[in-house]
Ligand binder design. Structure first.
Ligand SMILES: *Cc1c(COP(=O)(O)O)cnc(C)c1O
Length: 395
């Protein structure tokens, strides 16, 4: 009896707190929520305040000074909604735990997150970016057009070391890449970056399949709009990184205003709870669809990552526009990572903004289709694809 009680006490004493190493599936449902039971709550509270009352304006001044000096988050209430929000902070805590980084900083969208990273680097005088194609179409456009004053050198992974210059502030890769699912050896690339921060866009893999920080990426970017939210009803972005870089990102976020709305923060945290289950289930279906597509004579080529995942890209022999027009169960729409299956034609939509020659030379051909596999039954999905491929057979 005594022994039983002692064992029980010991287990409770060593019960994993936020600092303990917990499995990903556990973090997905508990990270960012560890204080809730003590607060007498089960669901996370949503704080919609834009401002926070304080009778101590000397104290507020000191908090603002501290933030301006080094980006340290003001302790206690946030002063103003653009400085921080407690609901969004829960999502940030959870992402940092899932990606295995010290911190994370959330933004209004994936593009707002990438913009903040570029501004952090260019404000330090490091305007040059080395990047590997393909990237998501708008990321490619933001770099190519130099909208934020950056200058980009495009290279393949093997050319990164030679492309670095004294003013290089960032190396950027996606793996698996949007939309070709090309994979990059993150560990090798991180090595070639030397002291230049490597940004890995982990939107497609999610921390369920890959944690780029473990391979040496200093910055892990997500379009949270995709798998993290997972239900096609919230836009968001996040950068998981060390606290030093996070401070700079918070300062830029405060000054430029690309904040995540608290309701979006709530929905993203809610989405994380089912992330591992969704990604694993959709990946199993995607692998099976990739196998069936590869055997189909109407399909010229299938791209499916060695890493796995829920995205499949394939090149049709017929007219890709007819395939898009022919789906009935699958939703013909851009974006990805939702519970329902989406298909789109990258050359017409997600990568339309990229120069046509650049697009084709990095593998985004005119007959390439990108499928984001959801949680439907595999045979129902195959039936729909089979019918739609029949529609596109002619050309
Ligand atoms: C969608 C996407 C982005 C941009 O994210 P938004 O949330 O749409 O701004 C960036 N990277 C990848 C890989 C994406 O798929």
């Amino acid at each position: 009896m005594d022994t039983d009680i002692d064992d029980h006490t010991a287990r409770r004493a060593s019960a994993p707190g936020p600092a303990a190493v917990r499995a990903l599936a556990t973090e997905a449902v508990h990270a960012g929520r560890d204080d809730l039971a003590a607060l007498g709550l089960h669901a996370p509270p949503i704080d919609l305040s834009t401002t926070y009352p304080s009778y101590d304006s000397r104290g507020e001044a000191a908090r603002i000074d501290a933030f301006a000096a080094d980006g340290t988050e003001p302790p206690g209430t946030p002063v103003y909604g653009r400085l921080g929000n407690p609901t969004v902070a829960r999502f940030e805590t959870a992402i940092a735990r899932l990606e295995g980084t010290e911190s994370a900083v959330a933004f209004a969208s994936g593009m707002a997150a990438l913009s903040a990273v570029l501004l952090v680097r260019s404000s330090a005088g490091l305007r040059h970016v080395v990047a590997v194609r393909p990237l998501y179409g708008c990321s490619d456009h933001l770099l190519s057009a130099g909208l934020l004053g950056s200058e980009v050198t495009w290279t393949d992974p093997a050319g990164i070391a030679d492309a670095l210059r004294p003013d290089t502030g960032l190396v950027m890769v996606e793996s698996p890449a949007n939309p070709t699912l090309a994979e990059v050896d993150l560990r090798a690339v991180a090595h070639d970056c030397g002291s230049v921060p490597l940004l890995a866009d982990n939107t497609f893999a999610t921390p369920v399949l890959q944690r780029p920080a473990e391979s040496g990426a200093r910055l892990v970017l997500h379009s949270a709009t995709k798998y993290l939210g997972g239900h096609g009803d919230v836009l968001g972005g996040v950068v998981a990184c060390d606290e030093e870089f996070a401070r700079r990102l918070r300062q830029v976020r405060f000054a430029t205003g690309g904040v995540l709305h608290p309701l979006a923060g709530y929905l993203l945290l809610r989405g994380l709870a089912t992330l591992p289950v969704r990604v694993r289930a959709a990946s199993a279906t995607a692998a099976e669809l990739a196998r069936r597509l590869a055997e189909d004579p109407r399909v010229a080529r299938v791209h499916y990552p060695r890493l796995g995942g829920a995205m499949v890209a394939f090149e049709v022999r017929g007219d890709p526009h007819e395939v898009i027009a022919g789906v009935r169960l699958i939703t013909p729409a851009v974006s990805l990572g939702s519970v329902d299956t989406l298909i789109q034609h990258p050359a017409s939509i997600s990568h339309r903004i990229v120069d046509a020659d650049d697009r084709r030379s990095c593998g985004v051909g005119d007959r390439l289709l990108r499928l984001s596999v959801g949680l439907e039954d595999v045979d129902d999905l195959w039936g729909d694809l089979d019918g739609a491929l029949g529609a596109g057979r002619g050309a």
